[in-house]
Design a protein around this ligand. Structure first.
Ligand code: ADP
Ligand code: DAR
Length: 345
């Protein structure tokens, strides 16, 4: 492999940190699962518009390719590997007030975490046999869920296009892998081993073998953020009786993309802000102040519609789950206050 020709269009953290020196250090490195530097950076090479541009093929990738991953992790999360990552999944520590009790602004709330099973490669390096084994282990654990979490698993293979489209339109199901995931090897053998579990109310869902082996999701209409967090915490406690997730004292819960390390949590609201939507400078100054990011209403790489925005925590590593949800909560309170002020004007 030759040193890539990073033209000006390459703005990813991978391109910025893969110096010739780092390249020479890593070009011959291969993990025990046969995952190479080329495998790790292929998404960022094929897609110059990547923001990050690198994925891990297994937990060992973060050690084997640390001269590249460590600066990216530090620059994205603002977190140095020296500190230890800590976990706090206690919803009682979140303000229990609904920031929008009359549902004027918040359409829905969703909190998800990524998880991967121990002793398995991550999505970019997993084999079709291993991915099917992961699916089987996860589904066996999901069928143990009871009460309000009980539900059914639906494998993507065999699911009609109409049912898939409806679940995606309703924001319940993941879209077929995008070009970034494709170039990372995460769409291989699609749709084998992929599927979705949900309870009857569709307030608890688990995506199987999308970007990570599990995306564990709690969601509901309205802005009762604490209730959504409580459901997720209860589900994680139940699932951890049956499944063992990869966790590192330095990196937290290990994910295929370095942006999801740590809590691997994205706590989001779909929020309607017609006045702030006309002043994106003001809007983004508030979201940046509260460590939040804005996505479109169909998730990453999508656009907002009807002044409804997906607003979520940006920090995931070096903070606890309570701090992620609190980032969202205090940011939403500030956004609603500004929206009311502008509406008054
Ligand atoms: P992830 O959240 O797993 O990082 P995306 O950003 O692509 O992935 O979002 C996945 C799906 O979740 C999308 O269909 C998106 O519309 C939906 N979604 C995200 N946040 C919310 C929310 N607060 N309410 C309803 N749907 C949501
Ligand atoms: N689009 C890829 C990944 C960015 C983070 N989002 C994830 N992991 N879904 C990029 O490098 O921009």
């Amino acid at each position: 492999m030759e040193y890539p020709d990073f033209t000006a269009e390459y703005q990813s953290l991978m391109a910025k940190n893969l110096t010739k020196d780092v390249f020479e250090q890593l070009k011959g490195v291969v993990t025990k699962n046969g995952f190479s530097l080329k495998d790790a950076i292929n998404s960022g090479l094929v897609n110059p518009d990547s923001g990050i541009g690198v994925y891990a093929g297994d937990p060992e990738s973060y050690t084997c390719f640390s001269p590249l991953f460590d600066p990216i992790i530090r620059q994205y999360h603002g977190f140095t590997g020296s500190k230890l990552h800590s976990t706090n999944l206690n919803p009682a520590e979140i303000d229990h007030h609904n920031p929008d009790p009359d549902n004027h602004y918040i359409v829905s709330t969703r909190i998800r975490v990524a998880r991967n099973l121990v002793n398995m490669p991550l999505g970019p390096a997993i084999s079709i046999v291993q991915r099917d084994e992961v699916e089987a282990k996860i589904v066996a654990a999901l069928t143990q869920l009871s009460g309000s979490l009980s539900g059914h698993y639906y494998a993507l293979a065999g699911m009609s296009a109409a049912v898939q489209a409806r679940l995606i339109d309703d924001h319940f199901l993941f879209k077929a892998g995008d070009k970034y995931l494709g170039a990372a090897g995460l769409n291989r053998d699609w749709p084998a081993g992929r599927g979705i579990y949900h309870n009857d109310e569709k307030t608890f869902l688990v995506w199987v073998n999308e970007e990570d082996q599990l995306r564990i999701i709690s969601m509901q209409a309205g802005g009762n953020i604490q209730q959504v967090f409580l459901r997720l915490a209860q589900a994680l406690t139940e699932l951890e009786r049956h499944l063992h997730f990869v966790f590192s004292s330095r990196l937290g819960y290990v994910s295929s993309c370095p942006t999801n390390l740590g809590t691997a949590m994205r706590a989001s609201v779909h929020i309607k802000l017609p006045n702030l939507g006309l002043d994106m400078t003001e809007f983004t100054s508030i979201t940046e102040q509260h460590h939040l990011q804005i996505r479109g209403i169909h998730g990453e790489h999508s656009e907002s519609e009807g002044y409804i925005y997906d607003v979520s925590n940006r920090r995931r590593l070096g903070v606890t789950e309570v701090q992620c949800v609190q980032d969202l909560y205090t940011g939403v309170v500030a956004l609603i206050a500004k929206e009311k002020e502008l509406a008054g004007q």
